[in-house]
Design a binder for this molecule. Structure first.
Ligand SMILES: Nc1ncnc2c1ncn2[C@@H]1O[C@H](COP(=O)(O)OP(=O)(O)O)[C@@H](O)[C@H]1O
Ligand SMILES: [Mg+2]
Length: 245
C-alpha cells in the first residue's frame, strides 16, 4: 500500500507520517518511510532522534554539493540514504535536489517514482511530501493508493487542502485529516471546505507539541494521548482497507 501525506507547511504532515509509519510497523507490516520534504525532519517524528535525522540530511546535501557518491538505483538509495527507525521502519531521505539535468537516479528521482519502484519490497510505503500541492499535482494515477490530506482550521491551510483534494481525488483514494481541532467551530470550518470526503479528526494534543519540543516520536511519548491515538486509529483503518490487487 502506498500512502502519501500532503498539506500546507506546518499542518502536521510529518507528525502524521511518522506516527502512521510506526503504528503500521508495530502491526507487523514492513514499512518504508520516505522523506521528500526539502527540510527533512521525518526522522524526528519517527523517533530516530535529531542528530541522526540531521546526519541523513547532511548526506543528501553532500550529494548536492558533489561530495558523496551518487546512487544509480532506488535500492541503492534505500541502502545509502536511509537508516533504521524503531519498530523496524526503514527511513529514507529522498528530498528533491535542484539539478536541472540530474543524469542519475538519486538526483532526478521523484517521490512517485520511488513509490512505484519499491512496492514489491515493502508492504507499506509512506511518503511525507513537500509542503503545498506540487508533488500531488505531478502524481500519476496508480503511484499512490491513498492521499492523506492534512488540514488545519486556518484559511490558508484549508485552501491548500481544498486544492490538494481536488487534484488527488482523480488519482487515488483521499482521506482528509482535520488536525489540531480545538472546538466545534474549528471542525465546522474544515467540514465546510472538504465536503463529503472521509474526515478523520485529530484533536489539538499537548503530547504532540511536547514530543516535538523534546525531539522524540509522539508514539513513544504517549500512544494513548488523544491526538496520537487518533492517528494510530487512522493507521489501523488504512491497514484494514482492502489492498489494491
Ligand atoms: N494535533 C496536534 N496537536 C498539537 N500540536 C500539533 C498537532 N499536530 C501538529 N502539531 C505541531 O505542529 C507543528 C507542525 O507539525 P509538523 O508535523 O512538523 O507539520 P508539517 O510537517 O506539515 O510542516 C509541530 O510543532 C507539531 O508538533
Ligand atoms: Mg514536515
Amino acid at each position: 500500500m502506498k500512502i502519501v501525506v500532503a498539506g500546507k507547511g506546518g499542518a502536521g504532515k510529518t507528525t502524521v507520517s511518522g506516527t502512521i509509519a510506526r503504528a503500521l510497523a508495530r502491526a507487523g507490516n514492513p514499512v518504508l518511510a520516505l522523506d521528500a520534504d526539502a527540510n527533512p525532519m521525518l526522522g524526528v517524528s519517527l523517533g530516530v532522534g535529531f542528530e541522526k535525522t540531521d546526519m541523513l540530511n547532511s548526506v543528501r546535501q553532500a550529494l548536492d554539493a558533489g561530495d558523496v557518491e551518487h546512487e544509480p538505483t532506488v535500492e541503492g538509495m534505500v541502502e545509502n540514504f536511509g537508516t533504521d527507525a524503531p519498530d523496524g521502519v526503514r527511513l529514507v531521505v529522498a528530498s528533491r535536489i535542484d539539478n536541472d539535468s540530474p543524469g542519475c537516479q538519486c538526483c532526478g528521482v521523484s517521490p512517485d517514482q520511488i513509490l512505484r519502484e519499491l512496492e514489491h519490497e515493502y508492504r507499506v510505503v509512506i511518503c511525507d511530501l513537500e509542503a503545498g500541492i506540487g508533488t500531488v499535482s505531478r502524481m500519476a494515477a496508480g503511484n499512490a493508493d491513498v492521499v492523506v490530506v492534512v488540514a488545519n482550521p486556518t484559511a490558508k491551510a484549508l485552501e491548500v487542502a481544498r486544492r490538494a483534494i481536488e487534484i488527488a481525488q482523480d488519482v487515488a483514494e483521499v482521506v482528509v485529516l482535520a488536525n489540531r481541532v480545538r472546538s466545534d467551530e474549528d471542525l465546522k470550518a474544515i467540514t465546510d471546505v472538504v465536503g463529503d470526503h472521509e474526515l478523520i479528526v485529530i484533536p489539538e494534543d499537548p503530547v504532540i507539541a511536547a514530543a516535538d519540543r523534546d525531539g522524540v516520536a509522539p508514539i513513544d511519548l504517549d500512544p494513548e494521548s488523544p491526538g496520537v491515538a487518533a492517528i494510530i486509529k487512522l493507521a489501523d483503518r488504512l491497514a484494514g482497507a482492502p489492498l489494491p490487487a
